[in-house]
Design a protein around this ligand. Structure first.
Ligand code: COA
Length: 137
């Protein structure tokens, strides 16, 4: 069973960075560059001090993904799951649970899996921008 836990400290910092730096995550991100450990730690430190929220996803205590909600950016939501679990964990149900009305997601045009997941989690397509599609719940 997949369990979600709020990330409140640096315990899973390396797991988060490692997933975020995977090629399949970078390809779907607006910033595709490899993130250094130092930059990540500065970012996480700042993130944890704001109202922003990150949920870690755990399979048998093993970190397997995250849902990030940036309250400072109009409740912008982004997410990632380890590739070995794609298609296996009904991620959309978790996303549905952790998101509320008016939350938004910016999803690249070619990122069909995330668009489907967003729609199944209750988001609707709003607008097409040059680099991404805007979805709103
Ligand atoms: C987004 C992500 C979490 C989805 O994981 P998942 O829920 O296990 O996804 P699935 O493999 O079940 O795919 C979701 C749906 O998209 C479909 N799909 C997957 N790849 C597809 C493709 N290339 N074309 C069309 N449909 C596709 C699946 O068939 C599935 O549809 P279904 O729900 O009708 O069965 C995972 O792909 C991921 O971590 N991606 C990298 C990070 C990312 O894209 N983040 C989003 C940034 S906002």
């Amino acid at each position: 069973m997949i369990v979600t836990k709020k990330i409140i400290n640096f315990r899973y910092s390396n797991d988060i960075l490692s997933l975020r730096n995977k090629k399949y995550c970078r390809l779907q991100s607006l910033n595709q560059k490899i993130i250094t450990k130092k930059k990540h730690e500065l970012w996480l430190n700042k993130f944890l001090k704001t109202k922003n929220v990150m949920y870690g996803l755990f399979d048998n205590k093993k970190f397997i993904g995250y849902i990030r909600i940036e309250k400072t950016k109009k409740n912008l939501v982004s997410w990632a799951v380890s590739k070995n679990l794609w298609g296996q964990i009904n991620f959309y149900k978790i996303l549905k649970n952790k998101t509320k009305k008016n939350y938004i997601a910016k999803i690249k045009k070619q990122n069909k899996a995330s668009q489907i997941v967003a729609i199944k989690a209750g988001f609707n397509f709003v607008k097409c921008y040059e680099k991404f599609l805007l979805f709103k719940k």
